[in-house]
Design a binder for this molecule. Structure first.
Ligand SMILES: C[S@@+](CC[C@H](N)C(=O)[O-])C[C@H]1O[C@@H](n2cnc3c(N)ncnc32)[C@H](O)[C@@H]1O
Length: 224
């Protein structure tokens, strides 16, 4: 089955602040329950071990409520790595939510492709963001990350597969999640990826990167 092109409510510019922020709170719950941060932090561990760096500037693209950045800040404190953290999200409701949560990062409210070309980082991360892009945008995004990240970049995103689709369909209803999350969750999986998608997209972008599957039904695509 090809990637879905169905639209997510989260990407509707008319989404209201209460709905968007409620969806971000439920996403943070899903991220905690699915241990979504663990593979990202392990990848940062490997990067620091390989480079010996004690300071990193890190951009999180499609940062939502900023809970990945909170986890990265705690990781840096534990490992003795000083960090300059930046969150980027085009929704103004992501910025207000992150500010209210005290996310320790500079925040940019902008479409990623409109980011100032002077902005560069040691590391660019994105989690549960790439599936929001079309195939053509993904090829552009892969090149964009390659051009912006001095040390490396990592994408963590969903595996398009009927097992997580069914599990998530049930889970978001059983946990009485916000209607935006109920609507978007299975669409997100249908917009997700197979290994063949990533090989093709990387090939079209002219890039080589590591593609690794991780539990629960995520792809980690990285270059370091
Ligand atoms: C599913 S949320 C993921 C949030 C967070 N990364 C997480 O793991 O929970 C995707 C986020 O990407 C943002 N987004 C979508 N398209 C974008 C674009 N072109 N530029 C910047 N942000 C975008 C949305 O506003 C939304 O907050």
């Amino acid at each position: 089955m090809p990637r879905s092109t169905a639209a997510e409510w989260m990407d509707d510019a008319a989404a209201t602040q209460p709905d968007f922020e409620a969806a971000l709170r439920d996403l943070a719950r899903i991220n905690r329950m699915s241990l979504a941060r663990r593979p990202v932090l392990r990848w940062l561990d490997a990067l620091v071990a390989a480079t010996g760096r004690r300071h990193l500037s890190i951009l999180d693209v499609g940062a939502g409520g900023g809970d990945l950045l909170v986890a990265v800040a705690a990781w840096g404190a534990r490992r003795g790595v000083s960090l300059s953290l930046v969150g980027l999200d085009r929704s103004p409701w992501a910025a207000s939510h992150a500010a209210a949560q005290g996310v320790p990062a500079r925040w940019i409210t902008q479409d990623l492709f409109a980011l100032d070309p002077e902005e560069r980082f040691d590391v660019v991360l994105c989690s549960l963001f790439a599936h929001h892009l079309t195939d053509a945008e993904l090829v552009r995004f892969l090149r964009w990350m390659e051009a912006r990240a001095d040390l490396g970049w990592l994408i963590s995103d969903l595996h398009r597969h009927k097992l997580p689709w069914g599990f998530v369909w049930l889970g978001v209803r059983a946990l009485r999640m916000h209607p935006m999350v109920v609507h978007d969750s299975t669409i997100s999986i249908a917009r997700g990826f197979t290994r063949a998608d990533w090989r093709r997209l990387l090939g079209e972008a002219g890039l080589r990167a590591r593609i690794r599957w991780t539990f629960p039904f995520r792809w980690l695509v990285s270059r370091a």
